[in-house]
Write a protein that binds this ligand. Structure first.
Ligand SMILES: [Zn+2]
Length: 230
């Protein structure tokens, strides 16, 4: 929580680009034009059967998949992720969600998707962070596309507690069963867009989708993440 004096100072401080820290022009939001143009976009959405989609082949019924930008250690674009996840700046997520949706809409990426499910956070983590960063990205996507956001169907259960006392097999079950689909009626028969902040191995998204598949019939998925870790 900012104290009132800090908030007041922020009113007068120049707004700066999240990536390069240069002052922003009046019409720029979070990113300056140079950093926006220079963003290492994957352009996944313009290619069918792209590398991102292939990560999910044979695991979940995937229609389309895209990550927005490449992320690697040391890249200045890491600040977007850092601020969103660890600095309480959830609005960056919404802004990025809007940008992503605006750019990807043109290619028909969102066509016939029925609802958006952001990867849920473990409730304890959500309480300490105060929000779910993936939900804020999804919010931005929803506001541009008009596709409804759903945060009720899936929840995240217990994870990683007392792992040391468990056998390897139980540990695997622990990972697999992290997600629980508590309202299958909300997702059955639908084309679901799963939204996450950063894609690494794809195992979290696969786990979430598998939970939905176990609970509900006739579901299809598309997958969208803000960044893809290289
Ligand atoms: Zn910049």
């Amino acid at each position: 929580m900012r104290n009132p004096l800090t908030s007041l100072l922020h009113l007068f401080a120049p707004r700066r680009c999240v990536v390069c820290q240069m002052p922003l022009a009046g019409n720029e939001r979070y990113l300056c034009t140079t950093c926006d143009i220079g963003m290492p976009r994957t352009n996944n959405h313009s290619r069918r059967e792209n590398s991102m989609e292939k990560m999910f082949w044979g695991k979940i019924p995937i229609e389309r998949g895209a990550s927005y930008f490449h992320y690697h250690k040391g890249s200045d674009y890491r600040h977007i992720i850092f601020r969103l996840k660890y600095r309480g700046q959830k609005e960056i997520g919404e802004e990025m969600g809007r940008r992503i949706a605006t750019e990807l809409s043109v290619s028909g990426f969102f066509d016939d998707i029925d609802l958006i499910v952001p990867i849920p956070l473990h409730s304890k983590r959500q309480r300490s962070r105060g929000y779910n960063q993936s939900e804020w990205i999804a919010k931005g996507v929803s506001s541009v596309t008009g596709i409804p956001l759903n945060t009720e169907a899936v929840r995240r259960g217990k994870e990683t507690e007392t792992q040391t006392s468990k056998s390897a097999i139980t540990r695997w079950d622990n990972v697999r069963d992290v997600f629980e689909t508590i309202r299958p009626d909300l997702v059955a028969g639908r084309h679901i867009l799963i939204v996450d902040d950063v894609l690494t191995t794809g195992s979290t998204i696969t786990s979430c989708a598998s939970s939905i598949m176990r609970a509900a019939n006739d579901v299809r998925f598309s997958v969208l993440t803000m960044a893809m870790a290289d």
